[in-house]
Design a protein around this ligand. Structure first.
Ligand SMILES: C[S@@+](CC[C@H](N)C(=O)[O-])C[C@H]1O[C@@H](n2cnc3c(N)ncnc32)[C@H](O)[C@@H]1O
Length: 229
């Protein structure tokens, strides 16, 4: 499916493994919660004023779970796909907690979307994105760091967290990831497991981000956290 920017946006069957969001939300939360609440930051922003943005929210599995666990923080889910947004709205109608804002349409490669959706409503205390970098065009990664640098609070006052499969120094983390990468490229030649050291960290650095933490997670995935230096 091509969007108005002629950029491929994958469908719901692009998920790595069925049920993976249900599993990774549980393992990711204890790390991210330190950043959601501001415990790992020096911003001084009270918890009830903290706002966190999610990109590529999918069907909102993780953001719903995080918001329920951290009711004082306000979460803004976003997605490029209308179908995911509609699904998230339906879930939000059933939710009893009110700290998730209505899902917004944001294609990470669209400067206009960033401007309309979040730059006007910033600054944010954090951004997280799970399982997107490998399953989208490289321009998504470039635009992610570019715009994150503009909408986050300043030095050590906000975080950017990226979760997913990565190569390390040119090497796959295992045979499973090598096969996964072949499958990704078969589906779209522009998709790929990105290399943390040679691709993602330099892109982050270009936009003023400094690597703070890199957590090894299940299934050889990483949870990587940056702040503005
Ligand atoms: C594998 S799914 C992951 C969804 C969710 N984050 C999760 O971990 O379950 C990849 C998601 O990236 C989204 N995506 C891909 N390219 C995008 C872009 N340019 N802007 C925003 N979202 C994008 C897709 O719509 C899809 O929901």
């Amino acid at each position: 499916m091509a969007n108005e920017l002629n950029t491929y946006v994958p469908g719901p069957n692009s998920w790595a493994k069925p049920g993976s969001a249900e599993r990774n939300k549980v393992e990711v939360l204890p790390v991210l919660n330190q950043w959601f609440t501001g415990a790992a930051l020096n911003s001084g922003i009270p918890i009830e004023s903290r706002r966190v943005l999610e990109l590529a929210s999918g069907f909102g599995t993780q953001v719903s779970y995080f918001a329920e666990y951290t009711p004082s923080v306000t979460f803004q889910p976003t997605e490029a796909q209308e179908e995911c947004i509609e699904a998230m709205k339906a879930v939000a109608e059933q939710a009893t907690n009110h700290n998730i804002l209505p899902p917004a349409k944001l294609n990470v490669v669209s400067d206009t979307d960033w401007l309309n959706v979040v730059e006007k409503s910033g600054p944010y205390d954090g951004i997280f994105v799970l399982n997107m970098l490998h399953i989208s065009v490289w321009e998504s990664t470039e635009k992610l760091f570019l715009h994150a640098g503009r909408i986050l609070r300043g030095k050590n006052a906000a975080f950017l967290a990226v979760y997913g499969a990565f190569k390390r120094n040119g090497e796959y983390s295992g045979e499973g990831d090598r096969l996964f990468d072949i499958d990704l490229k078969r589906r779209d030649a522009r998709w790929a497991i990105r290399d943390l050291e040679s691709e993602v960290i330099p892109e982050a650095g270009k936009n003023g981000f400094k690597l703070k933490e890199c957590h090894q997670m299940n299934f050889n995935n990483l949870l990587v956290i940056w702040t503005l230096a």
